[in-house]
Design a protein around this ligand. Structure first.
Ligand code: AMP
Length: 190
């Protein structure tokens, strides 16, 4: 099984690129943001707990997303691997992921990182707000908190994965097609 991490700041194009990646490589797309939004829409206790944090642009507790990911690893069948999107987002989550995979005798295959500058993050999120209607895309304050949270909590993962030789960065600023091409060229190697 392959375990890819699709990494990058909010608005880098992870969700957009994930669709073609899962199709080409027969992967299961696991977006913790999507899973949490489904819980919120269904009004589950977990969804209710997560709502205020998500709408403020803060992270939900590590154990919540770690549990969701492990449950999916153990229940999804018929794929050649998983594409993790929006997870891990903290060093603690990355360590938990290593532990979950080690129990299965597996490890992270590669981190595919889409990089864009902060100014483009804001533009892209504002553009997306008009199309997808996500509450956490609508307010300037929430967007700024998500960018801050990314730099403080998630960016340190770059060094974590560089340290084990798994980090691969792709320029996320060109067109969707150009970025997709660069991603496929990279993933064909694994
Ligand atoms: P996303 O769709 O990946 O931008 O995630 C939307 C929101 O869901 C984030 O701003 C967080 O509040 C929450 N979330 C998603 N993934 C995680 C994660 N791995 N750890 C903590 N919170 C997360």
């Amino acid at each position: 099984m392959k375990y890819y991490i699709l990494f990058g700041p909010p608005g880098a194009g992870k969700g957009t690129q994930a669709a073609s990646m899962v199709e080409k490589y027969n992967l299961c797309h696991l977006s913790t943001g999507d899973l949490l939004r489904s819980e919120m829409a269904a009004g589950t206790p977990l969804g209710l707990q997560a709502k205020a944090l998500i709408n403020a642009g803060s992270l939900v507790p590590d154990e919540v997303v770690e549990g969701m990911i492990e449950a999916k690893f153990n229940s999804v069948e018929g794929v050649d691997g998983f594409l993790l999107d929006g997870f891990p987002r903290t060093i603690a989550q990355a360590e938990a992921l290593d532990g979950i995979l080690a129990k299965k005798g597996e490890g992270v295959t590669a981190v595919v990182s889409l990089m864009i500058p902060d100014e483009m993050i804001k533009e892209r999120i504002k553009g997306r707000a008009t199309v997808q209607g996500r509450a956490d895309d609508a307010s300037e304050e929430t967007i700024l908190n998500r960018i801050r949270t990314y730099h403080d909590k998630t960016e340190p993962l770059i060094e974590y994965y560089k340290g084990c030789g798994k980090y691969h960065e792709i320029d996320g600023t060109p067109s969707i097609e150009e970025v997709r091409c660069s991603i496929f060229t990279l993933m064909d190697k694994f």
